[in-house]
Design a protein around this ligand. Sequence first.
Ligand code: DLL
Length: 442
Amino acid sequence: MSKHSSQLNMFHPLSAPDFLPLRQLQALQLQRLQGMVERSYNYVPLTRSRMDVGGIKPKDIRSLDDIVHLPFTVKTDLRDTYPFGLFASPMNEIVRLHASSGTTGKPIVVAYTQEDIDVWSNVMVRSFAACGLTRGDIVQNAYGYGLFTGGMGAHYGAEALGATVIPISGGNTPRQLMIAKDFGSTAICCTPSYFLHLIDAAGEMGIKMKDLPLRKGIFGAEPWTEAMRQRIQAESGIKAFDIYGLSEIIGPGVAMECECQAGPHIFEDWFLPEIINPKTCKPCPDGVEGELVLTTLGKKAMPMIRYRTRDITTLTSEQCECGRTLRRIKRIGRRSDDMFIIRGINVFPSQIETALLQVEGAMPHYQIILTRERDLDEIEVQVEVTADVFSDTVGAMEQLEQKINKSIEATTGLRAKVRLVQPRTIQRSEGKAKRVIDNRKM
Ligand code: DLL
């Protein structure tokens, strides 16, 4: 038996598309792309007018490469057509709405037909199966239920897998730990920053994470670094997997890591990825970093054509040891719009995270505060330290501050003011962590 077919047998039957030979995958993608462009042209006025302006008709999409002739979609298109302007289905076919709040103003709204929900469950089943979950696993789903896509997306997928779901949603940390212990959760879904918070809280409650039956974490919805993964795994004894997704495309389940933990595989049979240079909008070949652009291949209620995610990554077609033929993305460490510029230097929060996780004694809870005094930008990085460090001598604290300072300078080229703060000083989030507070008046 070939490696490929023996691998396949180990996985959930719905995972078969993960292993399609490339030509078969591409034929499927083209057929779905053509149907999707047709639908979008017929039912979404914005797509139709943009394609008309560009002089392109659905029948002009004859190969996957023709995608470059299609117009991009950007987040402001969703805002400008708020709430339902990009829907391609009448309301009596739409069975679910979700929304994502973002940083300013009105949320963006996304819609699903029953078929869309089925596709979403399909990619979530494959996500869970990819990291080795099966029937019999007890999945504590601590992503928020509600308008956020995390809770419901993970819920439907875990149920469709045949696992046991605990729909606990986010928050109420002591209860999360009690349930994890008493119900014997074997897997947990939440943001990586919230899981770190659970680790700390367990310590305070006298619970040893390593004594719990918890073995796997499905972490996403925010950028996190490899250093953070190592820290989580060392402190909790679980294996931590990266799951990626965004509301505009479907929610969680656009891409997911397999047991090799070598970067998320994109479920390319439903989401067609491209990487572009964000400045020129020209395509980048595999292996070159740029902005991820995604086209949905099966969305009925709200098809997305060439959606500019703003997430920066690299696509790789290098064969993964798991045997999946789906390409992988490099962990998304940054969004182009998360970047802040300080004293002319471009900095991403993930660089600060990497820098401080290299220093022993610093905890991975941090916040970056930007201020401007007399036209001069200042950056302060507040870093929590362990209680032991905090009660240590002033000299020891200063030494640690200097170490962190040097590490940040080595990674970013920036001299930052480092302030060590007591454990629990930095506000915890049940969902996405807020890393940067920009108090500069622009
Ligand atoms: O965060 C969907 C999701 C829920 C993904 C649960 C994974 C798990 P939005 O709220 O629309 O949707 O936010 C999408 O979050 O464009 C990325 O910038 C960021 N993001 C999501 N997953 C990851 C990840 C959900 N694994 C935005 N790594 C995306 C880095 C991520 N960033």
